[in-house]
Design a protein around this ligand. Sequence first.
Ligand SMILES: C=Cc1c2[nH]c(c1C)Cc1[nH]c(c(CCC(=O)O)c1C)Cc1[nH]c(c(C)c1CCC(=O)O)Cc1[nH]c(c(C)c1C=C)C2
Ligand SMILES: C[C@H]1O[C@@H](n2cnc3c(N)ncnc32)[C@H](O)[C@@H]1O
Ligand code: SF4
Length: 454
Amino acid sequence: MKEIGLNAIITKYNVAAPRYTSYPTVPFWENSSFNSGDWSVQVHENYTLSKERGISIYIHLPYCESLCTYCGCNTRITKNHQVEDPYIQSVLKEWEMYKVILGSEAVNISEIHLGGGTPTFFQPESLALLINGILAGNKKASDAVFSFEAHPANTSEQHLRTLYDLGFKRLSLGIQDFDERVQFVINRHQPVEDVSRVMDQARAIGYESINFDLIYGLPLQSPLSVEMTVQQSLLMSPDRISFYSYAHVPWIKPGQRRFTEQDLPVGEDKLNLYKIGKRMIEEVGYKDVGMDHFSKTTDKLFIASREKKLHRNFMGYADRYTPLMIGLGVSSISDVWTAFAQNVKTVEEYHTFISEGRLPVVKGHLLNEEDVVIRQYILDMMCRSKVNLIVGFQLNTAIIARLQALIVDGLVEIDQYTVTATEIGKSFLRNICMAFDERLQRSKERENLFSQAI
Ligand SMILES: C=Cc1c2[nH]c(c1C)Cc1[nH]c(c(CCC(=O)O)c1C)Cc1[nH]c(c(C)c1CCC(=O)O)Cc1[nH]c(c(C)c1C=C)C2
Ligand SMILES: C[C@H]1O[C@@H](n2cnc3c(N)ncnc32)[C@H](O)[C@@H]1O
Ligand code: SF4
């Protein structure tokens, strides 16, 4: 940090940068050399090698009753609940196709995560049908973790009970912001009382880990409004807090054009909102476990972080590594470590593929040897702020040159065996990972793919 001051660092590094939920990141996958036949082989082979460790299942449930204008997720907005049953039938058929690929034995299921969209858009009975269908004929691992995302506005006590009885012990509530003016521009009307009701019910039922999603950088947010949101959240004492940087990508999400860009806090102002929230969250005892994520010391996410077992996948940080992740439903991503695949993005295409008995994967990437090493490095940097260099794998000179520039700016330290983020560097993990990201660096196309790093 001798060369330039912190403000200059912020300006310099506030460039478009991936969130590194995968490597290679989705825009740099080689889709042209991918097909669903190769994918099936990859799934089968990797499953054969790791089946005793169990598989993770991610199920994308895209429906929401109304659109929050900031939303970056794959959604379908409707108030028509007739869509529930056909969607669940298609997901179960997709799972049957995977079961054929995995083999005839019962599958050991170690994780199920319901994401969205809004899983609680679905009636409790529909969710029970879905989960019972997934589990039928398979084994639930003794230490299985089932979790779901819930919208406080439509999460009933019946949802919480039904899912708990099906084995769900964790949930994540979309909070985002409690300020009325902000809620108005993001089209999300959500009184604190709604959230506190869901919290009380979930605790009474016995949920072990409850996460709050908050966002900084939303339109009209101010230091005061963020302080208020964080304060009200802390009063409800969630076990984890995800404090996300708002990703502004209106070219992908036209809903984000519905508010005035001038109302967005950017650069130093945005970082200041983060600092305010972080300070308040840490003051009451939560620990920073990785980019955007805070955890009570009693929560398994913190324990995984302390034991250096943190993992990162498409949903963010996780407290365990599962070698095989099967994503079901629209836009879901599957990951078998040496290959990724993503499903079609619209509900219509999805139903068409499924009704024709075809796996709905249309994009994907088979990792080469270099990809696998860089993937491990980026994962280590994102999860442990430190990379253990693999002996015998020569970092190419371009990566070294980019790391040198980060040393000069005080973001990393390097020795023969390790690359370590400095305290300041920990706020710029996305930028540090970009130094390793050969596929991004080799490409000319970079703007209009990712949101800004800050
Ligand atoms: C709730 C579920 C999910 C969220 N994101 C994903 C899921 C399943 C999956 C996902 N997220 C991103 C990608 C692109 C690949 C990558 O960069 O590794 C995928 C497949 C990154 C991403 N996430 C958001 C945006 C706008 C982008 C692309 C651009 C960028 O990297 O900035 C928005 C967003 N979605 C989710 C979160 C938590 C989030 C922002 C914090 C949820
Ligand atoms: C799953 C979680 O993803 C977060 N989320 C959704 N869209 C965005 C975005 N554009 N930027 C940052 N976070 C977002 C919300 O906090 C939601 O609860
Ligand atoms: S934030 Fe949640 S409820 Fe809002 S549109 Fe996105 S997925 Fe739907």
